[in-house]
Design a protein around this ligand. Structure first.
Ligand SMILES: CC(C)(COP(=O)(O)OP(=O)(O)OC[C@H]1O[C@@H](n2cnc3c(N)ncnc32)[C@H](O)[C@@H]1OP(=O)(O)O)[C@@H](O)C(=O)NCCC(=O)NCCS
Length: 149
């Protein structure tokens, strides 16, 4: 059960705990970098960042949801990333973090929450499908490095 784990919006003060959990929660970078990223996201109404806090005060997971704007389509909410600490998995916390992201998107007036899964294979797919998400399509991602102007 995860009822004793609290889900709340992240603050910049969470950067240290998120960094300490490091790879377990899927983060790279220094505390300073994470503080800067968190501060920028928290300051923007287009982003929601949620953390799950265990009774001992340690972070058990996180989720980041953002509004995606388009010229040719209505905006939607996109789950930019999420992870549950390995010792809290399979106890419903991932489901609760997604529910927080869905609630945030609904409060923004958005009609759908989407996510792009690039790793994790069948297990991640089973997780999302078991909480009501339907597979839409594969997508190729292209990238080019930019030179500073
Ligand atoms: C994927 C992840 C977020 C799932 O979190 P979780 O807290 O373990 O998930 P929950 O306990 O809320 O599970 C919700 C449902 O998904 C299912 N599920 C969760 N993990 C699963 C797995 N590895 N394989 C199959 N089903 C899984 C659960 O059985 C449950 O289904 P049920 O309600 O029908 O029993 C977690 O494993 C994780 O952080 N993984 C590493 C990072 C990652 O892959 N992030 C997502 C990138 S897109």
């Amino acid at each position: 059960m995860t009822d004793d784990v609290t889900i709340r919006e992240a603050t910049v003060d969470d950067a240290q705990a998120l960094t300490r959990l490091g790879e377990d929660l899927g983060f790279g970078g220094t505390i300073g970098e994470l503080q800067l990223r968190l501060a920028a996201l928290i300051a923007s109404s287009d982003h929601g960042v949620f953390v799950a806090v265990a009774p001992d005060g340690r972070l058990a997971g996180w989720a980041h949801v953002a509004v995606r704007h388009f010229l040719e389509a209505r905006p939607y909410a996109e789950l930019s990333g999420m992870a549950v600490s390995s010792r809290h998995r399979q106890s419903g916390l991932g489901r609760r973090l997604i529910a927080a992201a869905e609630h945030w998107g609904g409060a923004q007036g958005l009609l759908a929450l989407r996510l792009r899964s690039s790793d994790g294979g069948d297990q991640v797919r089973r997780f999302y499908e078991s909480i009501g998400y339907r597979y839409v399509r594969d997508q190729r991602v292209f990238e080019k490095e930019l030179k500073a102007a």
